[in-house]
Write a protein that binds this ligand. Structure first.
Ligand SMILES: NC(=O)c1ccc[n+]([C@@H]2O[C@H](COP(=O)([O-])OP(=O)(O)OC[C@H]3O[C@@H](n4cnc5c(N)ncnc54)[C@H](O)[C@@H]3O)[C@@H](O)[C@H]2O)c1
Length: 259
């Protein structure tokens, strides 16, 4: 018996980066997987590779009607929806607050925050029909402090924390647990490629060298925590937040001279 046998999991932004790692791991643990996203070519290729227990659904998380279609597709294909992973997210091109235009602000909030709100809103009835389940919102260590030049992203991820706690309170009696994960810097296109409208990538100026665990995070690091939080091993955990950052938030691991 595998941890997710007979369960159906929907991962947004599931075609690449951390999302694809999550999809592969849930699938390997027995789940039916629904890859939700806007990258149809990669999403369909991953679903084809995984076979009969996988589907790609076109899902723009900022669009309520595409959420309804995705949840319906999951239930139609596999009979139920048990787990939702709100993973899709985008970063803003680095800019001060004063030079950030409202369209950029709104686009980041629409995807990172409204996307998760709509996901919870539309998926919750399906999870209830399945007699309970789990939701995980992928936030960021940037949800725990400020980061100059990333106001839309930081604000969206801070707000996800409040959404997570509120959803946990509203859904707990329906046996639906809601938690958040705060990844540090993870090796995906998110840091290797410039954000839309930017010229440099985070990897061009970030080094993990000063920190306690001096390497980039791998998608699988986050995946292992995610699978724990969505499994029955975590049945008493809800409304909580889990940092996975190799010690980034601790600050630099300065080495004092010793005698
Ligand atoms: N990589 C990091 O260092 C890091 C750190 C902290 C948090 N995160 C968060 O982790 C999550 C996954 O990011 P990643 O590292 O895999 O980056 P990524 O850029 O590889 O993946 C993001 C995914 O979101 C999808 N997406 C974008 N807009 C969408 C929309 N409107 N609807 C549906 N899907 C959409 C993209 O197509 C892509 O598949 C994001 O929420 C991100 O904010 C990443």
């Amino acid at each position: 018996m595998r941890r997710f046998d007979d369960q159906t999991v929907l991962v947004t932004g599931g075609a690449g980066g951390q999302g694809a790692s999550h999809v592969r791991a849930f699938h390997a643990e027995g789940a039916n997987v629904v890859i939700g996203g806007i990258d149809a070519q990669r999403g369909a290729a991953l679903a084809d590779e995984l076979g009969t227990r996988a589907r790609f659904v076109r899902l723009d998380v900022a669009d309520e009607s595409s959420w309804s279609a995705a949840v319906l597709a999951a239930e139609s294909a596999f009979g139920a929806l048990n787990v939702l992973v709100n993973n899709a997210g985008v970063q803003n091109p680095p800019a001060t607050i004063e030079s950030t235009d409202q369209a950029t602000w709104s686009r980041i909030l629409d995807i990172n925050l409204t996307g998760a709100f709509l996901g919870i809103k539309i998926a919750a009835p399906a999870l209830r029909r399945a007699a309970g389940g789990a939701i995980v919102n992928i936030a960021s260590t940037m949800a725990l402090g400020g980061t100059a030049h990333y106001a839309p992203y930081v604000a969206s991820k801070w707000a996800l924390r409040g959404l997570t706690r509120t959803a946990a309170l509203e859904l707990g009696r329906d046996h639906i647990r809601v938690n958040a994960i705060h990844p540090g810097v993870i090796a995906t296109p998110f840091i290797r490629e410039p954000a839309a409208g930017a010229t440099a990538a985070i990897a061009d100026f970030y080094s993990p060298e000063p920190f306690a665990i001096p390497r980039l995070g791998e998608p699988t690091d986050v995946t292992r925590l995610l699978l724990f939080l969505t499994s029955s091993d975590a049945s008493f955990i809800t409304g909580s937040e889990h940092v996975i950052d190799g010690g980034l938030l601790l600050g630099p691991a300065l080495q004092a001279e010793t005698a």
